[in-house]
Design a protein around this ligand. Structure first.
Ligand code: TYM
Length: 432
């Protein structure tokens, strides 16, 4: 009996061990053990989503319904939206209404707590790999601000400068500098100064034994084979990468922030992020009960696409694919006019006859994220699809909107002095 068990385990370990970086993506890891079936390798023709790469073979982008079933999360449906509105007494954010945030884990639990007037905290983050955030990064932060305002919840924001040191060609000092620069962009999104703690891993972890204790507890609970299965690491990846997921998991537990939460270990956590970060939190949810902690709840967004089209997400590592929050009005105009993939037809005559294709048009898709006025968005969609509106006009609408929004963001960023930054980055009590 014993012998058979070991053999099966050995076979599974061998299978997991043969998967390489490129073909291994783990799905539905929650509550699985290494005796369970090995993670499904992504078919070459399928969408690929992990924390470092997002690619689709389709011009319309990732098939999010398939992703929900592969990752084992739950769809945000009309019933859930109605419940959010009932519980909060206000209309849901347009990101929720339009299905931009489309998937969740345990959101009902958080809503029930809120109904019972019990506290929870929000946790999100940024890996500081570039001087400034791009528009895609703003998506989870805008949602998080809405959640903080709506639920009056404390928020922790992790800046994983350690992660960027491990993954990119950056020195520790440079990664840490970028973390502080990015923190200013994040503060400019308008977070509540009394209820938001932003921390760099390189600064904070050495000062907070409780955070480090949680990292240790997590590291001891996950095997090398599980990590390989979840993240697709290969045998030649350095051990920094293998240990890192515990760092991103630790803020999900309130005991990692003794000053903020008065030493409480039982405060539930809600994590808004794009779905590329889900592997970290599948792992976290898997270990939480074994450590006596609650599983964090999640709210997943879809990807803000690259300028070149929805086959990849906007990514800081490809500056041509991105519009940064620091871009000037002129840069915004040039990038959109030059790079934004168009769903327009080859000739004006053909466009008038067949209409534009919103399902692949990047300018239209950007408007769905940033143009809040539903009636205006619907008119743009109808006019573009019927062929009445040409690509040039659609791009102009987007350019003007983004120029205005980025000018406002840049104004708010100017107000973020070193003193303001220090305030946000100092641990302080946050439970009222
Ligand atoms: P990073 O810096 O890659 O991304 C920061 C946040 O932005 C989301 N994101 C996007 N959302 C929509 N469209 C896009 N094109 C796009 N690109 C990135 C990411 O999902 C993320 O929410 N390891 C993390 C940092 C981190 C973190 C966290 C993120 C640490 N703890 C907790 C979320 C929640 C990272 O490098 O994120």
């Amino acid at each position: 009996m014993m012998k058979i068990g070991l053999d099966v385990e050995w076979m599974v370990l061998t299978l997991l061990g043969t998967m390489t970086d490129s073909n291994c993506v783990s799905e539905k890891m929650e509550n699985t053990t290494i005796e369970d079936k090995p993670p499904a390798a992504a078919d070459a023709a399928e969408d690929f989503v992990d924390p470092w790469n997002v690619t689709s073979q389709s011009q319309t982008g990732i098939d999010y319904n398939k992703l929900i079933s592969r990752f084992g999360s739950s769809k945000i449906d009309e019933t859930l939206l109605a419940r959010i509105e009932k519980v909060t007494g206000k209309p849901v954010h347009h990101f929720l209404r339009r299905g931009i945030f489309f998937s969740h884990r345990d959101l009902h639990t958080i809503l029930s707590l809120y109904e019972q007037k019990k506290p929870f905290f929000l946790y999100t983050g940024r890996g500081p790999s570039s001087e400034a955030l791009h528009l895609g990064h703003l998506v989870p932060f805008i949602m998080t601000k809405w959640l903080q305002d709506t639920f009056d919840a404390p928020l922790v924001i992790q800046l994983t400068d350690d992660e960027k040191f491990l993954w990119k060609d950056l020195t520790l000092e440079e990664a840490n500098r970028l973390a502080h620069e990015n923190a200013k962009d994040i503060i400019a999104c308008g977070f509540n100064p009394d209820k938001t703690f932003i921390f760099s891993d390189l600064d904070y972890i050495g000062q907070c034994p409780q955070f480090y204790h949680n990292m240790m507890r997590i590291q001891r609970s996950v095997t090398y084979n599980q990590i390989k299965g979840i993240f697709g690491f290969g045998d030649s990846d350095h051990i920094g990468k293998i240990a890192f997921p515990a760092v991103q998991a630790a803020p999900s537990f309130s005991s990692s922030f003794p000053v903020l939460f008065g030493g409480r270990a039982d405060l539930p956590c809600l994590i808004p992020c794009a779905i590329d970060q889900d592997p970290y939190f599948r792992m976290t949810r898997d270990v939480a009960p074994r450590l006596g902690y609650q599983k964090p709840a999640l709210l997943h967004s879809s990807f803000f696409p690259a300028l070149q089209g929805a086959m990849t997400k906007m990514s800081a590592s490809d500056p041509n694919s991105s519009i940064f929050v620091t871009d000037t009005a002129k840069q915004i105009k040039t990038k959109i006019n030059k790079h934004a993939f168009s769903g327009g037809r080859d000739t004006v005559e053909e466009h008038r006859r067949l209409g534009g294709d919103c399902s692949v048009d990047i300018s239209y898709q950007y408007l769905t994220f940033f143009l809040e006025d539903d009636a205006r968005l619907e008119k743009v969609r109808a006019d573009y699809s019927s062929g009445e509106l040409l690509t040039g006009f659609l791009k102009k609408e987007l350019i003007e909107l983004l120029q205005k929004l980025m000018a406002e963001q840049q104004e708010r960023r100017k107000a973020v002095t070193d003193e303001v930054l220090k305030h946000f980055m100092t641990p302080r009590p946050m439970l009222s």
